[in-house]
Every structure is written in structure tokens, then in C-alpha cells.
Design a protein around this ligand. Structure first.
Ligand code: PFF
Length: 366
């Protein structure tokens, strides 16, 4: 049987796993949820849940993957034949998430292109289009959305086709440090804007959002708990077979607890950093703008860059880092699906057929 190739180094594995965890959820989910759910109180609850549930489930998923050395369906099947259907849920859920990820990832690519265009005199500021209008047009212009979505799927496909170590690991080992540095630059710019301090208060000071009328009333503790819990599982890419699949590529010498801890810490750190990039800028330059969901990314943030000196340059940096975050998550989602079928083909002695299965899965998503 053909050998199952895994990650080449611990750093590469960590970057791939952190890459999966760091995604759109960190950038438009976390900062707003934190602000609307009691700021610092939310953060403490999130951290407790991440330590008590997230870390434990992460260790469990990585261990299950490493122990079985199989993709998600076979990993559950090894535990018991009765659990095989659970593994299939781990194929269906990533497939569904991937579809919406590709649509949003495509929009991010378009915003990079628009900001590049703006530097050369064609785009937002110069033709007088407000970013809300650009976003609205984009939603109604289905052909354009499909084309950008397909470009995103194609990029995801090329990386997954390259294999675990020469595709996923290579992309994430370069992409994640780049994302980090781009984020630091955007944070410095955002936090030095006049009025930025309100964004920090919104995120960190308990009760500030209610006192200043940003939200109507404080959510109940049950709402805070469920928001923090949901955000934590989504942000850490848990329960979708991702960490089982990535764990299956680890060798026996790896310290799973240490790796899981690094993933949880990095993901939370990047979520907080994303908040420091987004919220201060929003409160400083677009105080009426949306605080969450896609319109935070595609309307509010573009307004922010429009109102900022050298805004297009920061716009390119920001949307590029969002594209990196989105691609590193979408490749993990596609890999879960591809890994399962490659394992099956390998067991039947047909080689791993990675290229063919990547193509079929990506075409189905497209
Ligand atoms: N963790 C990613 C984010 O925060 O955006 C999203 C995600 C990726 C969720 C992979 C689930 C998953 F399996």
C-alpha cells in the first residue's frame, strides 16, 4: 500500500492547525461578540470554556486522529462500527461550511482587487460609490460573486492538491507569519486614530456598550455562555473532523497536549488582535457602521479605509490578511473530505488519487 504522507515538521503542523482555527470567525465573529456580550466578562468566560472544553476536545480529536492514522470516517469506525455515521457528519459539515466560506473568501479577493484599483484611480473613492453600494451591487451581481468565489475555490484546490506537506504545510508556514505581521501593521494604524479608544472600551470594558447605547440591553448570562461556547467551538475548528484529520498526519513522537495548547493560545491571541484592528478603526472612522456579520467586513471596514489617509494601502493589507485567514481555514475543510477518499483509494491499492479527489470535491463545492 502506498505510504500515507504527513506533515514534515512540528512548526508546519502547528501553522496548518492554527491556520484552520484562525479564520473569518476570528475577524468578524470574535470582536463583535465580545463587545456585545459584556467585554472583559465575555473574554474570561471564553477563556475558561476554551481551557475546560476547547483544549480537552482538541487533545481528544488530535489523539483520535493520531491513534487511528485515518481520516474522520474511518477514525470513528475504528472506535466502533456504530459510530461510522458520526464520521460522515464530519464530512458533511465541512462541505457546508466550505460553501459559505468560498462565497465570503471570494468577496475578500474582490476587495483586495478594488483597493488595488483604487490606488490606480479606479474604484471606491474616485467614482463616488459608497462601500454599502459596492457591497449591495456585489450581492446582486451574481456572475461576479460566482467568478470571485470560483477563484477562491481554485486557490484552495491548488493548495490541497499539492499534498499535506508540500501544499498545506508550505502555504500555512509562510501565510500565517505573514498574516501576523500584516495584522500588527493594521493594529498600529487603527489604534493610533483619534477616537480609537472607544473601540477598545467597547471590546474590553464590561457594560460600556449598554451605557453608551451601542446595544440596547445587557444579554443574560445564558446568552453570554451560549455565544462564548458557540464562538469557541467554531473558532477552534472543533467537532468537524479537522483536528482528527490533521492529527492523523502526526507522528507518534509529537506531544499532543503541548500542540493543542499552542493552537488554543494562538487562535485566541489572533482573535483579540483582530479586535484591536477592527473595533478601534470602526469607532474612530465609521461610528454608525455595522458591528458584526459580513457588513462589518465589507461595508464598515471599507468605509474606514475610505476615510483614512493612505486607506487603499491599508485596505489591501487588511483584505489580503483576511484572504490568508480564509484560505488557511478552507484548505483544512477541503482536506477533511479529500483525506477520507484518499484513504479509501489507498486501502484498495489504487494509490492515493489525491489530485482526482481534490478536483471532484472542489467541483462539488463550486
Ligand atoms: N475556525 C474557523 C474560523 O474561526 O473562521 C472556521 C472553521 C474552520 C470552522 C474549519 C470549522 C472548521 F472545521
Amino acid at each position: 500500500m502506498e505510504e500515507r504522507k504527513g506533515f514534515g515538521s512540528t512548526f508546519g503542523f502547528l501553522m496548518a492547525a492554527v491556520g484552520s482555527a484562525v479564520g473569518l470567525g476570528n475577524i468578524w465573529g470574535f470582536p463583535n461578540k465580545m463587545g456585545a456580550n459584556g467585554g472583559f466578562t465575555f473574554l474570561i468566560i471564553y477563556l475558561i470554556l476554551a481551557a475546560l472544553c476547547g483544549f480537552v476536545v482538541m487533545v481528544g480529536e488530535l489523539a483520535l486522529g493520531r491513534k487511528t492514522g485515518r481520516g474522520v470516517v474511518s477514525a470513528y469506525q475504528v472506535l466502533s462500527k456504530k459510530f461510522k455515521w458520526l464520521g460522515w457528519l464530519g464530512i458533511i459539515a465541512p462541505f457546508l461550511i466550505l460553501s459559505f466560506y468560498c462565497a465570503l473568501g471570494g468577496y475578500c479577493i474582490k476587495y483586495v482587487v478594488l483597493n488595488v484599483g483604487n490606488i490606480f484611480g479606479a474604484g471606491f473613492g474616485n467614482n463616488g460609490l459608497a462601500s454599502g453600494e459596492v457591497f449591495g451591487n456585489m450581492l446582486t451581481n451574481q456572475l461576479e460573486s460566482v467568478v470571485y468565489g470560483l477563484i477562491f475555490v481554485l486557490l484552495t484546490l491548488i493548495i490541497v492538491m499539492g499534498g499535506v506537506s508540500s501544499g498545506i504545510e508550505k502555504f500555512c508556514s509562510i501565510g500565517m507569519p505573514c498574516l501576523f505581521f500584516m495584522l500588527v501593521i493594521v493594529i498600529i494604524r487603527a489604534c493610533t486614530l483619534p477616537g480609537a479608544v472607544d473601540g477598545l472600551k467597547y471590546m474590553f470594558v464590561p457594560g460600556w456598550a449598554v451605557e453608551h447605547g451601542v446595544i440596547e440591553k445587557a444579554p443574560s448570562i445564558i446568552t453570554v455562555l451560549s455565544n462564548a461556547g458557540g464562538q469557541m467551538f467554531f473558532s477552534l475548528s472543533l467537532g468537524m473532523g479537522i483536528m482528527i484529520t490533521y492529527g492523523s498526519y502526526l507522528d507518534k513522537k509529537q506531544n499532543i497536549e503541548k500542540n493543542a495548547l499552542v493552537i488554543v493560545i494562538c487562535d485566541t491571541l489572533i482573535a483579540l488582535m483582530a479586535g484591536l484592528a477592527v473595533m478601534p478603526a470602526r469607532f474612530a472612522l465609521d461610528p454608525e457602521g455595522s458591528l458584526g456579520g459580513p457588513s462589518l467586513l465589507f461595508v464598515t471596514m471599507q468605509n474606514v479605509f475610505h476615510n483614512m489617509p493612505l486607506g487603499s494601502l491599508f485596505g489591501i493589507l487588511f483584505y489580503l490578511l483576511v484572504v490568508f485567514a480564509a484560505i488557511s481555514s478552507s484548505i483544512s475543510l477541503l482536506e477533511v473530505i479529500v483525506a477520507h477518499f484518499c484513504d479509501k483509494a489507498r486501502e484498495k491499492g489504487k494509490g492515493d488519487k489525491r489530485k482526482a479527489y481534490s478536483l471532484i470535491a472542489a467541483a462539488a463545492v463550486g
